[in-house]
Design a protein around this ligand. Sequence first.
Ligand code: GDP
Ligand code: K
Length: 279
Amino acid sequence: MKELTVALAGNPNCGKSSLFNALTGAHQKVGNFPGVTIEKYEGHCDFGGYRIRVVDLPGTYSLTPYSPEEIVTRQYLIEERPDVVVNVIEGPNLERSLLLTTQLMEMEVDFLVALNMMDEVEEQGISIETKQLQQLLGCHIVPTSAKKMTGIDALLNHIVRVGTGKIEIQKNKLFFRPALEERINEIASLVHHEPELQGFNSRWLAIKLLESDKEAYREVRQYPVWVKVEVVLQEAMKEVRRQDDSDPEELIAEDRNAFIRGAMKECVRGPKERPATMT
Ligand code: GDP
Ligand code: K
């Protein structure tokens, strides 16, 4: 049987384990991620002629390299390259969830969104324009409830279609303000031509360097291209300090948040206000 590898990524308490259980049932085992004591849950199920191997990544809000959970998740995505990443999102907490989503967009992984806790979304009278949100994120969105066990087959169906290339992923880019874009492009084209860095998405690496991401620094510093990259980074820092009294890292975070707020404004209504309770 042909195999597909799927990784579940999402915030803590988004319902990842519940969804993992719903997808893999009794076919599970637990181990550890290499070098750390974080448990690695793996399981599988057969669907549509494929054996789908599911890995439950640790819960994270972001992909900066500052907590073991974030490091493990990021390394897994870069090194293991699963066929499909399922970004599990907490429907009632969409805004907070989208920070991780923007970072998956930046990594340009093949992902789709499981919009989980749809039962709660309905209960709270929240309406989410999934079509519109799909357009903005450039990925498919499958509404699920791991609690009510709804949307599970639709999710499996999408996993197979994305994993086998039957659904094209748009891979929308998240664009930053022009001054940053210019620097991102400069750095990306430098690292793109460094043979030792071919395994990385150069735009992503450029964004990380501008964010002063220490893992990205450690990676790029090893190679001759660093001399040129460092010059651009220093110019960028100086320029941003002079013009905005800020640093690139902060502006990147601001632009990401602006994208998220825009998406919320366009796609989400509610929750419905409940009648005030008499006291
Ligand atoms: P994880 O930390 O992402 O693995 O999240 P869990 O699977 O442990 O779920 C966190 C909490 O959310 C638990 O209390 C689950 O029962 C609950 N939960 C998970 N999925 C859903 C869902 O679709 N709807 C509702 N209402 N609750 C859910
Ligand atoms: K949990």
